[in-house]
Design a protein around this ligand. Structure first.
Ligand SMILES: Cc1nc(NNC(=O)[C@H](CC2CCCC2)CN(O)CO)c(F)c(N2CCN3CCOC[C@@H]3C2)n1
Ligand code: NI
Length: 183
């Protein structure tokens, strides 16, 4: 399994490059590896066996590839076999987003950031996301709350942004009346 690049490596602060279609064999393998990391890391036995940190998303720059590609696997607690969102999003663009914000109650972490950084990461509660899948098919999807947060975290990586960039340094746990918090 590919090594995860840590904060401090400049690749995490670069604007990733658009991916050309049809995918090269190298980019097909990258897409496969990015999703494989998530599926293996979400299997308790395999996660332990390979000593991985579990993940619900992984962006190409985190494995040293400055390309606009990220895997997202948001499981459905009620039905393992039917994830809420599972795809490799290539050249993603957020077409529109709500003013209303959503944040994980627990804050966020990142496989590329070893230290815990407390604070709310307020993101758009609802987004309309356009992306291309590995087969070159374009998708436009409306996401809200948890899957919307995960996709925004990954798309941030493609633009050189890390989760803690969004935390208010003067009041890390700031709130607004209409904020949504997700457990
Ligand atoms: C929320 C969560 N973040 C986990 N890790 N961090 C990540 O995914 C980072 C990306 C997430 C951080 C906040 C938003 C996106 C990786 N990032 O750096 C990529 O850019 C988890 F692992 C996790 N879950 C819940 C679901 N569970 C299913 C069964 O398997 C264990 C798994 C644990 N939930
Ligand atoms: Ni991350």
């Amino acid at each position: 399994m590919k090594d995860i690049v840590r904060d401090g490596n400049k690749v995490l602060r670069q604007q990733a490059k658009k991916v050309e279609f049809p995918l090269s064999d190298e980019n097909k393998k990258l897409a496969k590896d990015l999703m494989e990391y998530l599926t293996v890391s979400q299997d308790p036995k395999l996660c332990k066996k390979y000593n991985l940190r579990a993940g619900v998303g992984l962006a190409a720059p985190q494995v040293g590839q400055s390309k606009m590609m990220a895997s997202v696997l948001v499981p459905n607690d009620e039905d393992e076999s039917n994830p809420i969102f599972k795809d490799v999003i290539i050249n993603p663009v957020i077409l529109s987003n709500s003013v209303q914000r959503a944040a994980l109650t627990e804050g966020e972490g990142c496989l590329s950031v070893d230290k815990d950084i407390p604070g709310f990461v307020h993101r758009s509660a609802r987004i309309t996301l356009k992306y291309t899948d590995v087969n070159g098919k374009e998708h436009t999807v409306r996401l809200k709350n948890y899957p919307a947060i995960v996709c925004q975290h990954e798309i941030d990586h493609l633009h050189g942004t890390l989760f803690y960039d969004h935390i208010n340094p003067d009041d890390p746990f700031d709130k607004k009346d209409d904020d949504i918090f997700i457990d």
